[in-house]
Design a protein around this ligand. Structure first.
Ligand SMILES: Nc1ncc2cc(-c3cccc4ccccc34)c(N3CC[C@@H](N)C3)nc2n1
Ligand SMILES: [Ca+2]
Length: 471
């Protein structure tokens, strides 16, 4: 073989000079993700500005920041979602860029656009990509054009009841009705028989109008207890895009992820590569920039996978991807937001070992796992090490309040293989103590010891199927 062609074709033939990162960034978030972003900023010598509501005055992220500003009362709508207030503080503090974290304003195209107008760098994707991927119908049309597999169904403009019912008959029952602007299962209805179609359509539309002010729906073939397999992708402003392998997030309750793992169990290398390549194709189809996650559902019987949606933000569970690829994805976000190229090429990205993330929730198992609140009277966390990483925004003495999401920490572990990682997870959970409010730590211990979980038989019906074993 010609020796020249043996050298891998390097995407960057000209050495693009590396632009400096930022002097100061504002983190428009709270809790563990704000703390986690600050850790990377400090590592890079970037000054950090925190914003906090009245309820978060003494929070860890406020203590960690170089500067901190109050943005209003506890309710998110009066604080963490106040665009004008956040911009005013960015101005006052001289922050050149804003990191939105996840939730809050992280997938709000209006916020991204507003920052562009204000000449403040938004550390995230272009508003256009958020908008395209924010609509389940528009995103499906874009995916079809990009040859990314989507679930068979109808996702067009015709919202006439009789027409949609005819489409459902064509697809074949059971079908799923989904709100076009939906997410996390809201507005979703499973329809088992034609007789139920109209009433379920009406109910889905009511919820969609209430939740998203848009009652447009799409119809899909319903996959019974699919797996939720998502692929981390990254793209820079120079036209490059890579995948950083997949995560399995099937173990959920009421669309709330509980225990995630990377890579996904039971996939061949060939299927893994196909998932990655389709995810990159999805990102390129919307000229994506920054960190993104392409969510697929995978049929448990034939391992066929279908595009679900794209999350145009850095997700809660990103640390398990960092652990198996030895990357700092917030650093990647900062490099890309500063106009630099991807820190690694696809061939430089290697999957190493296995990682789990257990989400520690303040919740009461005796009260249907509903969120719990209260003081963290006593907290003893597992010792951090190469293989144990704890991401939290709260310490002993803090109050977990009702205003925000009940996740108090993420326990992330890494092992050389799934069995080793699971053992490290169980040990870490056994060292985790919280007194003062109820948590799901005991539930997680049972889950991590369950034979079906140990066997890797994960799918979205897992909790429902084995709940009786676990409580
Ligand atoms: N055509 C078809 N068939 C089965 C599905 C099953 C689910 C689903 C239902 C229940 C829990 C889930 C957890 C993770 C991923 C998906 C699910 C689903 N979801 C739930 C919220 C959103 N992420 C998409 N869409 C589906 N679509
Ligand atoms: Ca989403």
């Amino acid at each position: 073989v010609n020796p020249i062609s043996r050298t891998p074709f390097r995407w960057y033939t000209t050495e693009i000079e590396r632009k400096p990162l930022f002097d100061k960034i504002l983190i428009a978030n709270r809790g563990e993700i704000a703390c986690r972003i600050m850790k990377t900023a400090k590592k890079l010598g970037i000054k950090t500005v925190a914003v906090f509501s009245d309820a978060d005055r003494n929070a860890l992220h406020v203590k960690m920041a170089d500067e901190a500003y109050n943005i209003g009362p506890a309710p998110s709508a009066e604080s963490y979602l106040k665009v004008d207030k956040i911009i005013e503080i960015a101005r006052k503090s001289g922050a050149q860029a804003i990191h939105p974290g996840y939730g809050f304003l992280s997938e709000n195209p209006g916020f991204a656009d507003r920052l562009a107008q204000e000449k403040i760098t938004f550390i995230g994707p272009p508003a256009s990509a958020m908008t395209s991927m924010g609509s389940k119908s528009e995103s499906k049309f874009i995916m079809e054009a990009a040859k990314v597999p989507v679930v068979p169904g109808y996702h067009g403009d015709n919202q006439d009841v009789a027409f949609l019912k005819a489409e459902a008959d064509k697809i074949g029952y059971p079908v799923l009705i989904k709100a076009i602007k939906g997410g996390g299962g809201k507005g979703m209805r499973i329809v088992e028989t034609p007789e139920d179609f109209e009433i379920m359509l009406e109910s889905s539309r009511r919820e969609a109008m209430k939740s998203f002010s848009d009652d447009k729906v799409l119809i899909e073939k319903y996959l019974v207890t699919p797996r939720h397999v998502e692929v981390q992708v990254f793209a820079d402003t120079l036209g490059n895009a890579v995948y950083l392998f997949e995560r399995d997030c099937s173990v959920q309750r009421r669309h709330q992820k509980i225990l995630e793992e990377a890579p996904a169990p039971g996939l061949s290398e060939e299927l893994r590569r196909e998932l990655g390549e389709k995810a990159v194709a999805a990102a390129k189809a919307v000229n994506y920039v920054g960190a993104g996650t392409v969510e697929f559902i995978m049929d448990n019987t034939d391992q066929k996978f279908y595009f679900m949606e794209m999350n145009t933000r850095l997700q809660v569970e990103h640390p398990i991807t960092e652990m198996i690829t030895n990357t700092d994805l917030v650093q990647w976000q900062l490099e890309i937001a500063a106009g630099n190229r991807l820190p690694k090429l696809q061939e430089d990205l290697k999957k190493d070992g296995w990682a789990f993330e257990a989400r520690i929730y303040a919740e009461n198992p005796a009260n249907n796992f509903l969120p719990d609140v209260g003081p963290l009277l006593h907290v003893k966390t597992p010792d951090a090490s190469e293989s144990v990483r704890l991401e939290t925004g709260f310490v002993q003495g803090d109050e977990i309040s009702v205003h925000y999401d009940p996740m108090i920490a993420k326990l992330v572990v890494h092992g050389e293989n799934r069995t080793a990682a699971l053992r490290i997870l169980r040990k870490a959970l056994s060292e985790y103590e919280v007194v003062g409010l109820n948590t799901n730590i005991e539930f997680l211990k049972t889950l991590a010891a369950h034979p079906a979980f140990i066997a890797g038989d994960v799918e979205t019906g897992f909790i429902k199927k084995y709940e009786s074993d676990m409580f």
